[in-house]
Each structure stands twice: as C-alpha cells, then as structure tokens.
Design a binder for this molecule. Structure first.
Ligand code: Q9C
Ligand code: ZN
Length: 333
C-alpha cells in the first residue's frame, strides 16, 4: 500500500497546549510523523491539487485566517505560537474584526491548537497528502495511507480545534463525492470527530460513524453524544458509538462490527477511515486499552467490507509505539 507524506508537514511545531490549567508540552510533535515513516519505510510525495478542494469544505474567511494568522500575531508584536484567550460564546453576530486575538477567538475552539510559523504549510500539504491518497484509490488501489499531520477530524468548516486545522477526512470525502462516489466515513480515533460530524451533519449523502470515548469524560465534551443523529437531509446518517475509559479489544470489537453494519447499509462505495492510534493502551492522553496486534485485527474487519479505503491519519501520541501501531493497521489491509 502506498503511503503519502510531505516533509513540509514537519514544519508544524506547536510548543505548548493548555492542560489542567497550565501550559504543558504539546502532544502533536513532528516525531509522531517521523516515527511512522521509520516504521513504514517507503512513501511518495503529494501532488498539489490547489485550494479548490479545501474551499469545497472550509469557509473562505477561515482559510484566509489560517494563511495570515501567524503573520498577524507577529505584526501585533508577539513571539512564538499564536493562541487564543477569548471566545465568542455569547452573541456570535458577524462582526468584521481584524485584531488577531479576536480572530483566534472566532476561528479556534480551544487553547490546545496553537498556530506557528510553519502551521499553514504543514496543514496545506497534509490536505494535499490526503487528496493524493484519494487519487490512488480512485485509480483502483484497494487502499492508500495519507500520513496527515497535523490531524484533521476536530476542524470544522470555519474553526480549528483539537490539534486540527484542515479536515483532511472531510476534504477527501467531498472530493470523492465530486468524483461521483458514494462515501462513508468511519472515525476510530479515541476522540469524537466533531469537526467531521459538524461539516456533514445536515447531509444525507455522507454517512459518518464514530467510535470514541464518552464525551462526558473526554474531549471534545460538547459533541459526540449518542443522541446526535444528524439533521434535515442528514437525519439518520450520523452515528456516535461511545465506549467507557478502559475499553479493550473485547468490547471494542462489537462496536466496530456495529459500525461496519451501518456502513454496509449506507450503500457507500468508498470508505474514508479517520485512523487515530490514540486508542492504544500506552497512549499518554487517552484511556482505551487496545494492543498493537488489535490494530491488525481492526484492519482485517474493515478490509472485509471490500470497500476501497482512504486511510487518513488522525491522533496517536505514544510516539515510541506509534510506528508499530500504524504498521500493524496497514498490514491488515
Ligand atoms: N487530558 C486528536 O487526537 N486535549 N486530538 C486532551 C487530555 C485535546 C486530540 C486533554 C486532545 C485533542 C486529533
Ligand atoms: Zn484523538
């Protein structure tokens, strides 16, 4: 299976995130990507599909914000990473603000998603990596792996969050639809894919199934609850399957089987797999208990659907085991 990656994705180097009321070392390190590459060996560089497929999912003002945010931060006299501190929870009327702190509040969802000098290039090429993996699947490959970093599934149409800026899985799904395919997205990251859910919530042409930690105990808290079924044309096309902290493979497997049944019933002919390895037992910020070999079993079951699959990298923070965990997953396809 082909792995797509671009070195510019290493240029996103967030230093800190807020954690338990203080600044802590950021979990999304460039070593995550290099660890995966070392375990996999071969990769191909993405081709540039330009801005159009990004703009098919994301708001124009948000894309402009992402391209300009760090320069605005420097122009305001700051150093280091741009990070917000005030959010428009109440009365979000469409003000035309230009102060960087206001823009950060408008277009970010939390204080764990800082923007540095290399963030735009990294996330742009991450999205191109995902689109290039889709090209391989549309050309007939059984599966292709997009080594996206930063991840994408917490990013919505007009906001960053949860370490994510561009929603790579959504960009791939929309591009596949535009190529005439019928798409389902399966999100197996430890955290709910709130951005992906949000983007397709009122759409009946994309089935979204997410298996994740109970949002009453885990990020992103405000989304991912089991009674979120979609709206309008999308009613019935959104499925959240929650599992408690401590879940191991014996309880994960039935949730996966249920998800695959929902996807089979959707009539999809192409699968986008949002893959996070943060369900691993050794993950430093998460609470499930999957073992390395479980990722191979997971992949076998997904591959048994027979659906051509674009695998998009999301989270996974046990850096020393990440390469083995991803290699185990890819071995199952
Ligand atoms: N105690 C992804 O995996 N903070 N994002 C968690 C842990 C945010 C994770 C706090 C986690 C975001 C793509
Ligand atoms: Zn995650």
């Amino acid at each position: 299976m082909i792995t797509v990656f671009d070195d510019r994705q290493l240029g996103h180097r967030p230093v800190h995130e807020f954690f338990n009321g203080a600044l802590a070392a950021h979990a999304d390190t460039p070593a995550r990507a290099t660890g995966i590459l070392n375990a996999i060996g071969d990769m191909v560089a993405p081709t540039d599909h330009g801005m159009a497929p990004l703009a098919a999912v994301h708001d124009a003002a948000y894309l402009t914000f992402l391209t300009e945010a760090h320069d605005r931060w420097l122009t305001a006299g700051r150093t280091g990473d741009a990070i917000g501190y005030a959010w428009p929870v109440v009365g979000r009327r469409p003000l035309d603000l230009t102060r960087i702190d206001a823009l950060l509040g408008r277009h970010t969802a939390d204080a764990v998603t800082p923007i540095g000098a290399g963030t735009w290039d990294a996330t742009y090429w991450g999205a191109q990596t995902a689109l290039t993996a889709l090209d391989h699947v549309l050309a007939g490959d059984r599966a292709a792996f997009a080594l996206c970093r930063p991840p994408g599934h917490h990013a919505g149409r007009d906001y960053a969050g949860g370490y994510c800026f561009l929603n790579n899985a959504a960009i791939v799904a929309q591009a596949a639809i535009d190529a005439g395919r019928r798409v389902a997205i399966l999100d197996v990251d430890y955290h709910h894919g709130n951005g992906t859910q949000d983007i397709f919530y009122d759409r009946g042409d994309v089935t979204f199934v997410s298996i994740h930690a109970d949002p009453r105990t885990d990020f992103p808290y405000f989304w991912g609850h089991p009674d979120e079924h979609g709206a309008g044309d999308g009613l019935g096309a959104n499925h959240n399957i929650i599992l408690p902290r401590g879940t191991a493979w014996s309880d994960y497997a039935p949730a996966l089987d249920r998800s695959l049944d929902l996807i089979a019933a959707s009539g999809a002919d192409l699968l986008v797999l949002s893959f996070g390895a943060d369900t691993y037992e050794g993950d430093p910020i998460s609470g499930f208990a999957l073992k390395t070999e479980d990722f191979a079993t997971m992949a076998h079951r997904i591959a048994a659907t027979g659906l051509p699959t674009v695998i998009v990298m999301e989270g996974g923070y046990a850096v020393n085991a990440l390469g083995s965990n991803v290699a185990a997953l890819l071995s199952g396809f």
